[in-house]
Design a protein around this ligand. Sequence first.
Ligand code: ADP
Ligand code: MG
Length: 335
Amino acid sequence: TFSLVQSILFRRQLLVIVNPVSGQGKGENLYKDQISPVFEDCGISVNVITTEYSGHAAKFISAADLKKFDGIVAVGGDGLVNEVVNGLRTRSDSQQALHLPLGVVATGSGNGLARSIASYYGESQGYRNNPVLYSALAVARGCVSPVNLAEVSLDGRTSFSFLSVGWGLLSDIDIESEVLRAVGEVRFVIWSFVRLAKFRRYNAELSYIPNDASGSINSRVIINDEFVSVYSTCQSHIGSDMLFAKDAKPFDNTLHLTILPSSTGRFAAANFLFKLLRGYGQHTEVDPVKYVKVKEFTIRCKDKIQGTLTVDGEQVTGEEITVKLCDTPLYMYCM
Ligand code: ADP
Ligand code: MG
């Protein structure tokens, strides 16, 4: 009887947000069939919200009464996590609310954060065998680890980004290939060929402050060029199968910035994409690709025809974007 009373008193209470359209529309069924039984068997109580439109999760989280919850779980892809995090950001009690443990159960087509968290703890194989079950178990287990978070300022509007900010070639491929969503991740390969055939460079000023491990103050580096691509991550993976920064650690206070300058020709860009898609993290070694660890950076676009700009894999529009690491992390459930 004592343990029964105990398990009722100390049950964890989670707020679960399900994106029913995540990952080709399987989110809701995956939740019912595979995820909810895990939480139930582990004695976790849940309040489930199924989103009805894009932006619903952010709106709900920004005003929800969170007092009774021990954590918030996003059942979806990186887009849903972005909504949850930015919903927390706009709350009047955001400082405390951002200390709540967050979980992500990978039912999306883009699951960079879930895969990164698994890989930090040497659990890539477990994740790859069954991403949904693996990430549901990580939430159920209840261990929490801090991960990097960045603040983005786009033409003066600010938001949080926990995954990536990109501009040019890679973001073009990511967004334009969405017309091929149905074929799965092969769309990146197909669209890489399309983009290499219609090879573009974009005029901009890129400036960044290098992250010096010794803690000394670094001066800003300014580059005016026609860039093929600029892409930064604060996690290791930008998709379930896409390693982007092999040195990234969960809370390393670093933005991993990869630059393809104007001297990058079609052949070098093809080599870069090939190595990126192969997944061993060797794309940053292709000449003349530049990889730098930075604390912050700014892209100021100078072209009328602009490259695609993405934050956490979703398209945004603007002329000037600044990305800065936050001092405070997100606290994520991990294995
Ligand atoms: P995926 O990884 O498959 O893209 P995400 O969870 O990242 O899945 O969601 C993709 C987009 O769907 C996000 O931009 C999110 O805002 C949006 N979204 C969330 N709920 C809904 C809904 N009920 N209907 C339509 N779009 C939604
Ligand atoms: Mg997405």
